[in-house]
Design a protein around this ligand. Structure first.
Ligand code: SF4
Length: 135
């Protein structure tokens, strides 16, 4: 979920990501990777398997894991030196797909949250500047 979420937030190619999972994991069989990566993790099947993209900001990862305590980033920060890439990436992803996701009843509330972010333009510039978005 974490690797897929990061890739989707940054617009990486679902087919290239699937290929990477195939090669990087010993259990990377077609019947596992295609539905799990293309469908579930990248939402690249047009929503056939999942009714919403499976991604989150750092707050959820902080709640579900014990990794954030020792991380140099802060899951509650979205802009600046301490900005968590997952928190910022989550909002960046929503902003890039605002129109489409706004029509999804399971995502509409999250998308409307974009309007409350006074630092959205700074966040977008920051994430574009990270330089790890697929062309
Ligand atoms: S604060 Fe660090 S460990 Fe926690 S979600 Fe962000 S990048 Fe991951």
């Amino acid at each position: 979920m974490v690797l897929g979420s990061y890739a989707m937030q940054r617009g990486w190619s679902p087919s290239q990501l699937t290929d990477w999972f195939h090669r990087a994991f010993v259990d990377g069989y077609d019947w596992v990777m295609v539905p799990n990566v293309v469908g579930m993790s990248q939402h690249a099947d047009g929503g056939e398997m999942a009714t919403k993209p499976y991604t989150s900001g750092g707050a959820y990862l902080s709640k579900m894991t014990d990794h954030c305590g020792s991380c140099r980033f802060d899951p509650s920060v979205r802009v600046g030196e301490d900005a968590c890439p997952f928190t910022a990436g989550y909002w960046w992803f929503l902003d890039r797909h605002r129109e489409r996701l706004g029509r999804n009843h399971r995502m509409a509330r999250a998308v409307s949250g974009l309007d409350r972010l006074s630092d959205l333009s700074d966040l977008v510039a920051q994430e574009e500047g990270r330089g790890n978005r697929a062309p």
